[in-house]
Ligand binder design. Structure first.
Ligand code: 4AD
Ligand code: MG
Length: 458
């Protein structure tokens, strides 16, 4: 259909003022008075609606009536004019209804709760809130690709179906075409008859494939979906989330921390420059002070503390935590919140975690107890990045895997990277949806995804 995007009208109004234009869209609101009707239309290309002014004496009553129904779709022709109240409007000459919208349309004028909107994910994209979320989601994706492209990283596509579990936390979804058959005596025998001839699952992280690619390409990143069957029913966990995982050769833990900080600041700056209207909306309706927060984040140095120091701070702070703090146990959300929100009051890298609570691939520190790993914690969310220097020494890596009872035969290719020209290298994983929460102030990961998949909900 020949028409002009509403975004284009708002972006270059001087080219359209006093000209006849054709627009398409969905009716967001409609108001009627004796002689004039007002219809606000949105086509998804612009955050703001365009208002159609309708002189009721000029148009057939029937066409106006159907077009005044919220949710219906139409195309309209008219003169694009400046207006004192709205900036720009369309002095309507004709309206053609594209699709009627019956009265049971769930998105009537009033504001709906996010909980209600979660029950209609297929329709909630028609609200301002989700339009803003998806505009920022899109810009943030581009910002990430741009950053890596400009810094000489190769974008690689790692497999989604995999036979190895990167994080070893037992959170893999199985991939199978085998109907259940109780005649098999062992799981191995059962899996041997399956599609791949062995046990397969959906990736929990592209890191292992990323490391292998980096060993030839130098600097790579992946940006794809990741799947975790975690039974964590929280506002920060999704069973399917988007994951950015750069892997950098010839980089130690300090190098990768520097890269991670520069990367986070750059992508925030990019979204601030390219989505001012949407961020303004979030600042007003979702997180008061969001714009100040983001401006501060891109200007201040992130904090840094060792896990051991963090434990001391938590033990001395006098707070009554639900979970006890002791060296060797993982930091709980309440601990992370205290550190980043109350103590440091800014994004914080916690470094050198105990080896026993982290993954097998992390570089073992000389103290024999900790690994060169860091989590980036941010106020309001907690962990958004998991990062480490990788163990580059073949024997030490094998020992760490054996200590975890890992099946070495599933990792022979990975181990080859340490056998044939091993190099120091580091990488991190950023949870894309959590990053989007941080930039927009949206407080539930379910409201950052088009169709969120969480435990018990598909
Ligand atoms: O800390 P994680 O488990 O680290 C890894 O997977 C490493 N292999 C990354 C790497 O070094 N290449 O996960 C990384 C990030 C977390 O910090 C978090 O932001 C996000 O992924 N994440 C989730 N986001 C949403 N829902 C979940 N269930 C998530 N689990 C992890
Ligand atoms: Mg982690």
């Amino acid at each position: 259909m020949k028409h002009t995007d509403i975004r284009e009208l708002f972006a270059h109004p001087e080219q359209y003022v006093d000209q006849s234009v054709v627009i398409c869209g969905w009716v967001r609101t409609a108001r009627d008075s004796k002689n004039i009707a007002f219809i606000e239309v949105n086509d998804g290309t612009a955050f703001n609606n365009i208002q159609l002014i309708i002189d009721k004496s000029k148009l057939a009553e029937e066409s106006i009536k159907d077009a005044m129904v919220v949710g219906s779709s139409l195309t309209a022709t008219g003169r694009f004019i400046t207006s004192e109240r709205n900036g720009y409007e369309i002095d309507t000459e004709s309206i053609t209804l594209l699709g009627k919208c019956p009265q049971d349309y769930p998105l009537q004028k009033k504001r709906h709760t996010l909980e209600f909107l979660r029950t209609i994910p297929h329709l909630r994209v028609r609200t301002r809130y989700f339009e803003a979320v998806f505009a920022v989601r899109d810009q943030l994706s581009h910002a990430i690709h741009n950053y890596f492209h400009q810094h000489g990283y190769r974008y690689i596509h790692a497999p989604i179906i995999t036979g190895s579990d990167c994080e070893g936390a037992g959170e893999m979804f199985r991939v199978t075409t085998q109907p259940w058959n109780a005649q098999y005596e062992t799981e191995e025998a059962y899996c041997a008859d399956d599609f791949f001839g062995k046990k397969a699952g959906l990736t929990v992280s592209a890191q292992l494939e990323g490391e292998m690619a980096a060993m030839g390409l130098g600097r790579i990143y992946t940006f794809g979906p990741t799947f975790r069957a975690e039974h964590s029913n929280t506002t920060r966990h999704a069973a399917e989330f988007w994951h950015i995982e750069p892997e950098v050769c010839f980089a130690d833990i300090n190098d990768i921390i520097e890269i991670a900080e520069d990367f986070i600041k750059s992508i925030i700056r990019d979204v601030m420059a390219n989505c001012p209207t949407e961020l303004e909306f979030f600042n007003q309706w979702v997180e008061k002070g969001l714009l100040d927060k983001l401006s501060r984040v891109v200007e201040t140095d992130f904090g840094r503390v060792t896990y051991t120091e963090a434990v001391e701070i938590l033990q001395k702070c006098g707070k009554d935590f639900k979970y006890p703090v002791e060296w060797g146990s993982d930091l709980q959300t309440e601990h992370e919140k205290y550190l980043t929100e109350e103590y440091f009051k800014k994004p914080l890298f916690v470094v050198d975690y105990p080896a026993a609570i982290k993954s097998f691939y992390m570089k073992q520190n000389p103290d024999g107890k900790t690994v060169a790993a860091t989590d980036l914690l941010v106020p309001g969310i907690g962990e958004i990045i998991g990062c480490s220097e990788r163990e580059a020494d073949y024997d030490r890596l094998v020992a760490a895997m054996e200590a975890r009872n890992m099946p070495l035969e599933s990792y022979t290719e990975y181990l080859d990277t340490r056998k044939y020209g091993s190099v120091p290298h580091s990488g991190f994983g950023l949870g894309f949806d959590r990053m989007l929460m941080y930039i927009t102030g949206v407080s539930n990961i379910r409201d950052t995804l088009l169709f969120p998949r969480t435990v018990g909900s598909l």
